[in-house]
Design a protein around this ligand. Structure first.
Ligand code: SAH
Length: 251
């Protein structure tokens, strides 16, 4: 049984209890060394074999899993954030299916949630946006035709853009083309929840320059939308004049 584990965004205390227990118990650990905080592995067993998947291709990763499985060793595959978001996770599960190797998935705190937390913001502000779009820009790998940033921008939803901080000029241009106001707030968070985290706040019009000035080139999320502003409606859930399943409205 292989355990896929979401390591969370960086802060090792944001690992789930289950993820930590499995990592601490593992004989073989394969982790995404480019992004996973090594501190997450700090409790590993003495003698555990540790592989950095940043240096491996898919075949090599699967070979290590297969070998561990044959030897009856406990193997964990540690992904940054949650494996279900840009984790290249599915292709590994499909290969394990073919080999008849079982696996389980332990979710983690995705960096887009770590980012909202360090910004003290809520993506779903009543009266502003009730939809969150998680996406990325077209870079070295293409985007499906109907998911271009300029098209997604038309919704004016809260938007979280992964893997794209290297293309900020183009990103801001596409947001404008898609119909966001130049004054729409934007935040770029570098290494959310890590000790060297950086937060840059701006607007669609000026964020690209601010990110350049801050020297941020990778490991950052761009979040866009009026949820970053201060205008919104109060929720009905906690409105004293609104009856819910658990509470009667007061006069
Ligand atoms: N599975 C991960 C995402 C992997 S893709 C998750 O759920 O978060 C890698 C991209 O995620 C990075 O290029 C960056 O855009 C973002 N990212 C990962 N960790 C981050 C962090 N701590 N702070 C900001 N962005 C992060």
């Amino acid at each position: 049984m292989i355990s896929f584990i979401g390591a969370g965004p960086g802060d090792p205390e944001l690992l789930t209890l289950k993820g930590k227990r499995l990592i601490d118990d593992a004989d073989v650990i394969i982790y995404a060394g480019s992004l996973v905080n090594p501190e997450v592995l700090a409790g590993h067993k003495e003698g555990a074999k540790i592989y950095n998947s940043a240096l491996m291709d898919l075949d090599e990763v699967i070979d290590v899993m297969e070998e561990a499985e044959k030897a009856g060793k406990k193997c964990v595959r540690v992904h940054t954030g949650d494996p279900a978001i840009y984790g290249a996770h599915r292709e590994q599960m499909d290969r394990l299916d073919k080999l008849g190797i079982t696996y389980e998935v332990i979710p983690g705190v995705s960096s887009f949630l770590g980012t909202a937390a360090v910004l003290n913001k809520e993506y779903t502000l009543p009266g502003k946006s009730q939809t969150v779009i998680l996406t990325r820009m077209e870079g070295r790998t293409p985007m499906p035709e109907r998911e271009k940033l300029v098209d997604l921008a038309k919704h004016h939803a809260s938007m979280v853009i992964f893997l794209s901080v290297g293309f900020m000029d183009d990103l801001a241009k596409q947001l404008l083309e898609g119909g966001y106001e130049p004054t729409t707030p934007v935040a770029v968070v570098y290494k959310a929840t890590w000790p060297d985290q950086k937060i840059v706040i701006g607007t669609v019009a000026d964020i690209a320059q601010k990110v350049k000035d801050a020297g941020i080139k990778k490991t950052a999320l761009t979040v866009v939308g009026d949820f970053l502003g201060d205008e919104y409606d109060l929720s009905k859930l906690y409105d004293k004049h609104f009856t819910t399943e658990f509470r009667q409205a007061k006069e």
